[in-house]
Design a protein around this ligand. Structure first.
Ligand code: 76R
Length: 255
């Protein structure tokens, strides 16, 4: 039996996908619609200002395609914080026009593959660059980028290629070459990798941010040829979204 790599967890992450009932929206009287917009903006701006918790971040996105219309992304220190935000949305007049189309729960993590010293209690290494990097992975700020891509994924447990049967060093080597590809996109693509074993249907949630969607496409295509993905990755569904300022909810709904 292999020992799992050590991990540190940070903030919980909820991807909250909602669909708008457009028929109900079009049929609703002006008064109900403007109340929905006002309460929606109140809710979203207070989430973004993190008025409800010690720390965290939130943002709202318009989802492209049929899978959903809205994505509200929340990061918070506790599951109770996330739970409260979910409930509070249901009490807004906006919720009367929406349905839940999907959701994903995960928690930010760093694992011991790249940073064994960090996890070694006896280590004398005090690397403030490393500390800052780990902090930024565990308590990430949602970048301002316009484009977001989200998908859940697993590491393969097949008869030939089983990630979990490989020795630590081999996994670390794969992740190091994976990380090298990622570094080539520094400044163009930012990611939040959050673990979801025991929390949701897949093992990780991948959230990528970029100003140019084709940078994400290029990065993922390059990774597809790297063994960490080509041999060991299984993917769920992909969702694409565009960020918008919560004050523009009215314009979003007006079309
Ligand atoms: O923390 C680090 O930056 C060290 C290197 C690193 C690790 C350990 C790293 C770098 N990743 C790591 C772990 Mn990643 N990552 C993904 C996907 O679509 C696909 O093919 C895969 C989805 C992307 C796009 C991506 C991007 N990574 C992981 C793990 C956990 C494995 C485990 O713990 O067993 C998964 C599931 C995963 C998936 N990765 C990077 C990136 C990018 C852009 C980087 C460079 C990061 C940087 O320099 O900041």
């Amino acid at each position: 039996r292999r020992r799992p790599p050590q991990t540190d967890e940070g903030w919980y992450v909820l991807h909250d996908f909602r669909s708008i009932d457009w028929d109900a929206w079009r049929g609703a009287p002006e008064r109900r619609r403007s109340r929905a917009i006002d309460e929606g903006i109140d809710y979203l701006t207070s989430c973004e200002a993190v008025a409800d918790a010690e720390a965290g971040d939130s943002a709202v996105f318009s989802v492209l395609g049929h899978k959903a219309d809205l994505l509200v992304l929340h990061l918070r220190p506790t599951l109770a914080d996330i739970d409260t935000l979910e409930r509070r949305f249901e009490h807004t007049a906006l919720a009367e026009f929406t349905e839940r189309s999907d959701s994903y729960l995960s928690v930010t993590e760093v694992s011991g593959y790249m940073s064994e010293e960090y996890f070694d209690e006896d280590s004398e290494v005090e690397d403030s660059g490393m500390e800052r990097y780990i902090e930024s992975r565990l308590k990430p700020e949602i970048p301002d980028s316009e484009f977001l891509s989200f998908y859940p994924m697993d590491k393969r447990r097949g008869p030939e290629d089983n990630w979990y049967d490989m020795p630590f060093d081999e996994r670390a080597e794969h992740l190091s070459s994976h990380g090298e590809i990622g570094k080539g996109y520094a400044g163009r693509v930012t990611q939040i990798i959050s673990g979801s074993i025991g929390l949701d249907d897949f093992e990780w949630g991948v959230t990528l941010f970029a100003d140019d969607p084709t940078d994400v496409k290029e990065l993922l295509y390059e990774m597809r040829f790297d063994p960490s993905s080509s041999r060991f990755a299984e993917f769920g569904r992909f969702l694409s979204a565009r960020r918008f300022p919560s004050e523009q909810l009215g314009a979003f709904l007006a079309g």
